[in-house]
Design a protein around this ligand. Sequence first.
Ligand SMILES: Nc1ncnc2c1ncn2[C@@H]1O[C@H](COP(=O)(O)OP(=O)(O)OP(=O)(O)O)[C@@H](O)[C@H]1O
Length: 817
Amino acid sequence: MATSGSHPERLVPSSLPTDSSSLRFVAQSKLLNLEKSLMAPGTSFPMGQNLRGAFHRSSSFLLQQLVHQELGEDTEEYEEEDFEDLGEEEEESSESSESEMVNLEEHSDGILREEAVAEALHQLGRSGSGTEQVYLNLTLSGCELIDISILCGYIHLQKLDLSVNNIEDLSCVGNMPYLLELNASHNKLTTFFNFKPPKNLRKVDFSYNQISEMSDLSAYQALTKLILDCNQIKEITGLEQCNNLTHLSLAQNKITEINGLYTLPIKILCLSNNQIEKITGLEELRVLQNVDLSHNQISSLQGLENHDLLEIINLEDNKISELSEIEYIEQLPLLRVLNLLKNPLQEKPEYWQFVIFMLLRLTELDQKKIKVEDKVSAVNKYDPPPEVVATQDHLTHVVNSVMQPQRIFDSTLPSLDAPYPMLILAGPQACGKRELAHRLCRQFSTYFRYGPCHTTRPPYFGEGDRVDYHFISQEVFDEMLSMGKFILTFNYGNHNYGLSRDTVEGIARDGLASCIHMEIEGMRSLKYSYFEPRYILVVPMNKKKYEGHLRRKGLFSRSEIEFAVSRVDHYIKVNQEMPGYFDAVINADDLDAAYHNLSQLVREYLGLTEETSKTLAPTTDIKVLHQKLEDYSGRRDTSDSFELLESTDRNYFTKLWPKISAKKSSVEVQSVERRYQTARQSLMERTPLDHTLLFQRGSVPIPTASNLHYFTGLEQTASFDLYEDVKLPFQKLLEKRDSVAIRSSLPSPSPRKMTLHTAEDTHPRSRAASQDQTSTLKDKYAWHTREIKKLITTSHPSSNTKPTLPPIPQGRKWASA
Ligand SMILES: Nc1ncnc2c1ncn2[C@@H]1O[C@H](COP(=O)(O)OP(=O)(O)OP(=O)(O)O)[C@@H](O)[C@H]1O
């Protein structure tokens, strides 16, 4: 058995060395190895421990143990005793170990001898040729070796650790053809690979030496890992043939420029603590995964942009100052860890959130784990989802308006179930919704008025101030915003738009419903408010035609047109993915047809017959419209119409059901009562005469009987029998409603007041009497639903003089999309 070719007899020592100098040498070597492993960067110690003292204690103890072991003494006994005494003799042992070390050092001449080699050999295995059993590994770390020429004979070695010595010459390695790994770190090497290349040498560590120059390594093609940290190297050279090199480390050298890396398959590259100013020369490193460029002079991330496999980037302590630099690594799909500590851009207040937003794939930034909350708040800040934008918009206006003196709004109706009627036409820019709104308000002028929004955009030719928009300056807009004047705002094409409270209130004051057009963003914000408008989506289905229309208008740039057209799909998607988000959909491809559908829809929910609609203001296409309407009416039977309205009711009830049926606590009941009372008082005190005209002005058409259930009045006092848990509050409210002097406070009903809805259902109590106790739970539920429906569609007492705009039917029948 042999490890050394020249000294076969020494390969597996038959007996232990007995001379004390060898023993001490080996013991010292083992101790230093231990020290090294303890002090290794990866070794962790419990915080707050006295490392030095502890190490000396244990090293002294181990030293003694090793010596005893080598001398064949009974160590077990010794071990126990010594561990007991360890605490007590802390000082003593520390001192003795130090003196022993000094002695050892004194005896070491730096020449490696066979005895020491024999002791440091380990890992028995097959030789490279496969014919012999040999020791494969040799560890002589921290032995203060200078001369290791004896190793020339150890030809079978595969792993050689010579770290932490004083070696200057490694030529003996040339005699180790099977060597795979060489660790010669922490030595005094000045030359670079000055030995005959072992064919399969894969891992070499020459860190902490005095190498100043890299030379040609084309003979070392098997190299996969090359560590050259802490040397004097100024330039990366000689690696072009190292086609297997995956890990290269040149930290703490004198490199000023990255080059000489060609197309090497490097995955891990460490160039920290150099004098690099630019990230260049990495272009061809296609498989780079981990790059450490910390402690350099780098000011830009340019050069990292095309490394699709990059996962870890360390750029700590550099000169990166601009947040825009992040764009260079924005597209790296696998980037997980980034360190930008000690860079000037850290001082930017938005740094942390911005970087997280730009690199949402990161799991760690600046050595801190990124939490999900961090990512959510970063996204909400830089690219908030539409719901968040709408919420923030709504929040802003609520807060700003709450800070102003409070008053009862003209749009405030006396009960929750009688919301102020608003009609919103939503759709992409210039799809014709504004024109539709104007036409509708002209024709149904006794019901609706167009609500012009405020905008900072300048008027187009032919647009009238206060007719189409309130055209205002940015300063005025900002002022209005801070004064809480808006219900919602929206920015489109760098212009601000806002629906002002005064616009709506002005229309409500005149007893009319508001008809407003806007984009979906405004609608989202409005949905957070207490208003409950009906939303009609007006959308061009033929995008080509729409694009042509936009172009012909001559008002928009190419990108504006593209943007507007792209939003068509967005609208359609929202409508498909959120059924019920819009109450109806109207195809805007043909504006006349769209208007026909719209007016038909409005007429239907206003409960107008063709006869009554003739009394409405004429519109340009009113004749055609009437003809179409007649055709349409002919086609639809009453049951169809009833079904449509029933379905509308159902939707409306479904929405309101939870509100009504939820069991209220006594505090809530009291609160509701208080609010009712306050509202009534306010109305009694200041209800102007024209308020009784709400939603009607001029000649008022009589609604058809089939739609009467939408209109109700004072005389109809809905008595109902809710389940016990919800009965009391509502009964109380109704009693209160009847008893409050609101009847007397309001003007007497108009002679043309709406015919009241007379529900066929009788009072449950009388029905119960006639039907004995036979009503099933099902009956009760059916009745209950009807009564709730009645309750919902029943307007407040004051509504006997004005019909409340009923719910707009859902889009089922009207969706022309
Ligand atoms: N307060 C608002 N909130 C949200 N969107 C609004 C608001 N006011 C106007 N908009 C919408 O902003 C978009 C841009 O307005 P602009 O005046 O440029 O278009 P437009 O010619 O009025 O479009 P259209 O004829 O379809 O109404 C339009 O779709 C408009 O409906």
